[in-house]
Write a protein that binds this ligand. Structure first.
Ligand code: TRP
Ligand code: ZN
Length: 864
């Protein structure tokens, strides 16, 4: 087999030519769209004469190629794989490329494709080269003019980047529109949409009093579900002005929601394209979490207009330059519009569950990777979430004011350019005067640092000192790890729970350091890593009683939550051990009492109370364990949940009743918080009452959050009531694909040994469509990613099923197939039997003839 080749950061070389302007014409026909691409190209001043021009193209059907109006013959150029090389060129010329594209047959959803009968594009990172030959790399900045010609009835809406400068009618029922984007941009930000779409219109007045037209396009009949996204957009536009001084630059901003999309959304200049899951919502069809995700993703894509579009990446190794920064921006934006404490905890849980797992497994890579085979595989939680943590740490180190000064400098210095992560860090350094030499290592070193803290109280000297050591475990690149610059926020409490040292940031820069606090009158309780100021794993020998005190009294919400989590982990660890030693399982009374106290305390933030009562996710346990005993972990988890439910039963029922909301659904912080607490209580109570309360909630719910919480609570029950509720839900929502995706996900995550049989039947259901990524992720992804017990069933059926689905998907959509390999990632820490079973499936995938480069890269890394 011809092995796909890796690209290396160290080989970066700027192109010899620049495409200054690009004039595109699309004649839309689903299976034969003609794309005429006229480029004005100049040699760079430093380019040696006769240097070849290299354009990129993937599986293109080339119709003609003209240089300054003269047709080139096959003797004038060479096509070698993805590269088209032309030699003997003048220093300034026009090149015209005509290609024919079959969008209707494009199931990869990369480049130009058809979704629900509409044309749309996805060009990041390398989709543009599936449309035409181009210097399809982010360091070529060009202006774009796009003319779209298509049938008036099939494609009444014709959109591309920038401003509509002209439009008209032509023969045979055709019409056309001409768009011009005055801003320089790389080709990955190009977009085209054409089809039947309904429009929600609004406007925004910018800080300098310019009117911006806002157009949100959705499938016909869905406009009533687009209002929350529109409100989110206006919030984002205002927030970026207030927090970062960033104003929108074009006269129009458009969003289009499409059903078939590989990721969440795409920040194309002036024309964002969204997975409809991150646009469409109303109280009946969407959960509170959906509303929050829409706010977040709409914000994320909008923020890219500055962090990504105006200032873009020099090459794809720099991806986190735009993604880490933009995720940090969308996180803090969402914190400002929801609850900062809750949002931070949710984000840390995501980081710990997914990014820490990635960073300690075969897919570990630095935030600034050094090589890749298929760039699509590098849109990872490390690039996005760890990248955001690095920005957050710089924010912590610089403080609000200097951070803002630094981002202002970064945007001013690099506007209109394609730059590197180093340019960003340099701006942080230059604006603040802060030395970030050791901080930069975060970008180059993979792996989650392990930080160990040892404290000592000297009663005579009244000092409290902390000895802090850091080390980063080895990762697959085998590179040496150097000490990192780590901000760790701490505080001190006395034994009555009063704060005696407010939040103080310690800056660790060496492998080992000691910090001493003076004038500490009694032995204090240490509150560590407040606000989770660094993406690290921390160990400190807490007494259980210290953790209980922090849980009850810490002023920092994250540290308080963390104390509850640590107490839970300790119980789980003990239960796992007892299970393995065949001893009776027992939960410490002191732990149950601490939780009981949480249940009986009045909290102003009900969501926070719900979080304190929640156990860490089972997937997080898998990440934390060196050699996970899946069966023991599952048994321990079930036992602990049931013990809590029994011990807190009366109070949980009280909380359930008190936080029940009568009246119409409202999506606001207080109502969401109540539902979150109430549904946490429901989860526990359903372990004791055969799902009676959950069924009642399902039958009376007037919103999707409560309906889904009810179904979640009884999903693992093998009862006819559960099956009836599931059937009722399907009947009710069959016409709503996004709601049906939730239903498929529920079915696939049910811990029942019948689940694979049910999935086989569901795959034949007309409402399931493997070509649609949301649909595939709901059924296949949820099984492999969220149904730990059944996916890891000791008979290997779960593993075999996933491998079959990956091979099927690989022919349809390689990007999605490669991502589906991830549930196999922790395989080397499982028991021998499971390792053997997974190894067989990985081998089977690796040896499949014609496997995509996407899947090849992932499966090779998993097996290395
Ligand atoms: N830039 C997009 C974002 O983070 C990510 C994205 C959207 C993407 N679609 C994609 C990445 C397709 C790779 C392939 O907002
Ligand atoms: Zn992004």
């Amino acid at each position: 087999m011809n092995k796909p080749q890796a690209k290396y950061l160290k080989d970066y070389k700027a192109p010899d030519y620049r495409i200054e302007s690009t004039d595109l014409t699309f004649m839309l026909v689903p299976d034969a769209t003609m794309v005429t691409n006229i480029m004005h190209i100049v040699a760079k001043p430093e380019t040696v004469s006769e240097a070849p021009l290299i354009l990129y193209g993937t599986d293109l059907n080339l119709v003609s190629l003209k240089l300054d109006g003269v047709e080139l013959s096959t003797a004038d150029y060479v096509i070698d794989g993805e590269e088209l090389k032309i030699t003997k060129l003048p220093s300034d010329f026009m090149l015209q490329v005509v290609t024919k594209v079959n969008a209707a047959a494009n199931t990869s959803l990369n480049g130009l494709y058809v979704s629900s009968g509409n044309f749309c594009t996805q060009c990041e990172p390398h989709g543009f080269r599936a449309i035409t030959y181009f210097i399809d790399r982010p360091d070529n900045l060009s202006t774009f003019t796009t003319t779209i010609i298509g049938d008036k009835t099939d494609y009444p809406v014709l959109l591309s980047n920038g401003n509509l400068i002209d439009s008209g009618e032509s023969d045979n029922g055709q019409h056309w529109a001409k768009w011009q984007d005055p801003f320089l941009k790389p080709s990955y930000l190009f977009a085209l949409v054409a089809g039947k779409l309904d429009l929600l219109e609004d406007e925004f007045i910018t800080m300098s009093d310019r009117k911006v037209t806002l157009h949100l396009y959705v499938d016909p009949g869905e406009v009533d579900k687009a209002k929350h996204a529109m409100e989110s957009l206006k919030h984002a536009m205002r927030w970026d002005e207030e927090k970062y001084g960033r104003e929108y630059d074009l006269d129009i901003f458009m969003i289009v929601a499409v059903r078939d999309f590989n990721m969440g959304a795409m920040e194309n200049k002036g024309l964002n394209v969204f997975n409809s899951a991150y646009i469409l919502a109303n109280g009946e069809t969407a959960t509170d979490l959906d509303f929050e995700l829409i706010l977040r993703v709409v914000g994320h894509e909008y923020f890219h207009n500055w962090s990504g579009n105006r200032v873009t990446c020099r090459d794809w190794f720099q991806l986190s330059l735009k993604e880490g920064l933009t995720v940090f921006r969308d996180q803090t934006f969402t914190e400002d519009f929801t609850s900062p404490a809750i949002k931070r905890i949710d984000d840390v849980n995501l980081l710990r569950t997914h990014q820490f797992a990635e960073d300690s497994g075969p897919m570990a890579h630095p935030v600034l990777p050094k090589s890749y085979i298929e760039m699509n595989n590098f849109y990872t939680v490390t690039i996005y979430e760890k990248g955001a943590e690095l920005i957050r740490m710089m924010h912590t180190l610089l403080g609000d004011e200097l951070y803002r000064k630094a981002t202002d400098l970064y945007f001013a210095r690099n506007d209109g350019e394609a730059v590197t992560i180093e340019d960003f860090v340099k701006a942080m350094e230059d604006a603040s005067g802060k030395d970030l030499r050791h901080f930069r290592r975060w970008y180059d070193q993979a792996g989650t640092p392990q930080v160990t803290v040892v404290s000592e109280y000297d009663a005579g000297k009244k000092t409290f000192s902390l000895n802090i050591q850091q080390y980063t475990p080895e990762t697959p690149d085998k590179l040496e790890k150097l000490p990192l610059h780590i901000p760790i926020a701490v505080g001190l409490l006395n034994n009555n729970g009063a704060e005696i040292l407010p939040t103080t940031v310690l800056e660790i820069t060496e492998a080992e350091q000691t910090f001493t606090f003076d004038n500490i009158k009694e032995k204090p309780v240490l509150s560590l890593l407040r606000g989770f100021t660094a993406p690290i794993k921390l160990s400190y020998a807490y007494q259980d009683s210290d953790l209980a005190l922090l849980l009850a009294h810490d002023t920092d919400t994250f540290a308080r939550y963390e104390a509850a989590q640590q107490l839970a982990h300790r119980q789980l660890d003990k239960l796992v051990q007892a299970y393995q030693e065949n001893k009776t399982l027992e939960v410490d009374k002191s732990y149950l009492l601490a939780l009981l106290q949480v249940a009986q305390t009045k909290f102003s933030d009900k969501a926070f109370q719900g979080l304190l009562l929640s156990l860490p996710g089972e997937k997080l346990l898998l990440e934390r364990a060196q050699q996970p005993d899946l069966d023991a972990m599952h048994a321990a988890y079930q036992f602990l949940r049931r013990s809590i439910a029994e011990y807190l039963q009366d109070d949980l029922l009280t909380l359930y009743k008190k936080n029940k909301i009568s009246g119409a659904y409202e999506n606001n912080q207080e109502a969401n918080a109540k539902r979150r607490l109430k549904n946490t209580a429901l989860g526990y109570l359903s372990l004791l009452d055969d799902g009676k309360l959950a069924i009642e909630q399902y039958q009376t719910a007037n919103n999707m959050t409560d309906s889904m919480a009810a179904l979640h609570a009884i999903n693992h029950h093998n009862t006819s009531a559960r099956d009836e509720a599931m059937a009722n839900f399907k009947e009710r929502w069959a016409a709503e694909p996004l709601v049906m995706d939730k239903w498929f996900a529920l079915q696939a995550s049910a811990n029942s040994d019948k689940v694979l049989k049910r999935i086989a039947i569901l795959q034949e259901d007309p409402l399931f469509n493997i070509k649609n990524p949301n649909s595939a992720r709901s059924l296949i992804g949820s099984f492999a990613g969220n149904n730990l017990a059944q996916f890891h069933a000791a008979n290997g059926n779960g593993y075999r099923f996933l491998a079959e689905q990956i091979l099927r998907l690989d022919k349809i959509n390689p990007q999605i197939a490669a991502r589906m390999l991830m549930p196999f990632a922790p395989w080397r820490k499982l028991d021998d039997n499971r390792q053997k079973l997974i190894a067989e499936q990985l081998e089977r995938i690796a040896e499949t003839e014609g496997l995509s480069a996407d899947s090849f890269e992932v499966v090779s890394k998993l097996r290395a």
